[in-house]
Design a protein around this ligand. Structure first.
Ligand code: C5P
Length: 213
């Protein structure tokens, strides 16, 4: 059983994916952490995230045990992650880990930007989670404030818009809603309501897949 959840930055997909995985007893992988970890390691080695060679070296040497690092959530690493994610060689290197994770029993919920399109095109259920940029900026700003990170809501919105543009316009694996995905707009939904909506969409999609098979 594979559930693919895609969507833009701060759409709520990460929190939803975690709760959906717990609900169905599945593994969970937040693939943004892979790109953030590559960005962290590139910078730690004195490299430039825009430089394909430096980012590729970090991707090849990535230690999966370092993905739990709480410092991966900073705005700087979000920005640097979207730069390393631009390089096709980096994406290719991270693909094997993601596909191997998807094969874990009894199944996995994987969230990111290209899960339903590239990583797991045969996923049992695909969800595309979105919200307006303003609402996403409000949420991310609150999270940063709670974590003691010093940014303004305006800066967070500018960062989100810049990342959306970069993620949607890159040549390889751009962010887009897979044709066979179900859309969940969380703009006017608090997290509990979004979770209930996700479960009912997933149950309905599984019911349809079950009948078809
Ligand atoms: O989701 P998160 O904000 O942690 O992702 C950080 C960046 O990593 C994104 O802006 C995107 O550029 C990149 N990413 C990606 N493909 C994924 C997951 C994340 O390109 N599957």
């Amino acid at each position: 059983m594979i559930i693919a959840i895609d969507g833009p930055a701060a759409s709520g997909k990460g929190t939803l994916a975690k709760r959906v995985a717990a609900h169905y007893g599945l593994h969970h992988l937040d693939t943004g952490r892979l790109y953030r970890a590559v960005a962290r390691d590139t910078l730690a080695a004195g490299g430039d995230p825009s430089d394909a060679g430096a980012a590729l070296a970090a991707a090849r040497a990535l230690d999966a045990k370092s993905l739990d690092d709480p410092d991966l959530r900073t705005p700087e690493l979000g920005e640097a992650a979207s730069l390393v994610a631009w390089h096709p060689e980096v994406r290719k290197t991270l693909l094997a880990y993601q596909r191997a994770f998807a094969r874990r029993k009894p199944g996995a919920v994987i969230d990111g930007r290209d899960i339903g399109t590239i990583v797991c095109p045969d996923a049992d259920v695909k969800l595309f989670v979105t919200a307006t940029p303003e609402e996403r900026a409000r949420r991310r700003y609150r999270e940063f404030k709670d974590d003691g990170i010093d940014v303004t809501e305006k800066e967070v919105l500018a960062d989100i818009l810049a990342r959306d543009t970069r993620d949607e316009n890159r040549a390889v694996a751009p962010l887009r809603q897979p044709e066979d995905a179900v859309l969940l707009d969380t703009t006017n939904l608090a997290i509990d309501a979004a979770f209930r909506a996700a479960i009912s969409l997933i149950d309905a999609a599984m019911g349809r897949a079950g009948r078809a098979g």
